[in-house]
Design a protein around this ligand. Structure first.
Ligand SMILES: C[S@@+](CC[C@H](N)C(=O)[O-])C[C@H]1O[C@@H](n2cnc3c(N)ncnc32)[C@H](O)[C@@H]1O
Length: 207
């Protein structure tokens, strides 16, 4: 009994403000407030849009995106894992690996308005290795975006900050009219993740 009480109190200590708020508001994870902050800054979503959500489990970003685009829009979510929440009818969930997912099975070329990637590797504690894997996921998300994003579309990608950051930002600058870096308040203090946001896909004036 005493042990159960101690376990309960440890859990409470790790549940911060954003975790409790997410549960109250019906989201499975606190990560929803990261996308909410990105949306507050960048205004990406409109009703009727088509969104690809990579690394979508447990489903907070998917739910947020589904609400933003409404029933006339569509969200296609992909993750190694299943969702941990009920999803509306205009969401399709696929369990799979972004590295091996055939791009042509995601939909017609240039048919998505937004590609989101909150994909993260299982961390090893070796910061250089974790950063390397995070960069590989970021680049894979961008590769998929290159096939499915419509001209003018938007991209949000998570990255563990490290020596690859400038390369990641340059990759976005080569493709998008506007690029910004967002570190939302809901990101944990000890985390070194950031989000790179690109808007205006293919609208870059090349010298
Ligand atoms: C931080 S969580 C995403 C949280 C999610 N955006 C939400 O709001 O609920 C990162 C996710 O990336 C997924 N992931 C990691 N590598 C992946 C890969 N190669 N393909 C697809 N998903 C991957 C993990 O399974 C994990 O669910």
């Amino acid at each position: 009994m005493a042990r159960r009480r101690r376990a309960g109190s440890a859990k409470r200590q790790t549940e911060d403000h954003f975790t409790r708020k997410a549960r109250r508001e019906g989201f499975p994870a606190r990560s929803v407030y990261k996308l909410q902050e990105i949306e507050r800054k960048a205004r990406l979503f409109r009703g009727g849009m088509k969104v690809l959500d990579l690394g979508a489990s447990p489903g907070s970003w998917t739910l947020f995106a589904a609400k933003q685009v409404g029933p006339s829009g569509r969200v296609l979510s992909l993750d190694l894992k299943s969702p941990k929440t009920a999803l509306p009818a205009h969401v399709e969930w696929r369990v799979g690996d972004a590295f091996t997912q055939p791009v042509e099975e995601l939909g017609a070329p240039r048919s998505f308005d937004i590609v989101l990637s909150d994909m993260a590797p299982s961390t090893t504690g070796r910061r250089d290795l974790d950063q390397y894997r995070s960069f590989a996921l970021f680049m894979r998300a961008l590769e998929l975006a290159d096939s499915v994003l419509a001209p003018g579309g938007a991209f949000v990608g998570k990255l563990f900050q490290g020596s690859d950051f400038e390369q990641a930002r340059q990759e976005l600058r080569d493709r998008f009219e506007k690029v910004r870096v967002v570190q939302p308040p809901a990101t944990r203090a000890e985390s070194y993740e950031i989000f790179l946001v690109g808007q205006g896909y293919g609208c870059v004036d090349k010298p």
